[in-house]
Unconditional design. Sequence first.
Length: 83
Amino acid sequence: MIAAHVWGKSNGWPGAQTYPQYARVRELGEKLYRSVGHQAMEQVAMYVIAEGASRGFGGTLLSIMWDGIGVPQSEGGSGVWRH
């Protein structure tokens, strides 16, 4: 996420899907969701936000890139990530 933050800042904060890191961040989020669920994604996001704050950036970009990952609880999943 540090590389994505640096890239975004130097490119005027374009839409998340234009970042070179987007596909990999989505892939990791989807794997995390499939293996341990929505709650684990929340824990990872909290860690990224805390680490980012200590390095001068937040977790908003991660939240945006993960938007929509998951399966609704009404469909038997553990939830859908929403930014």
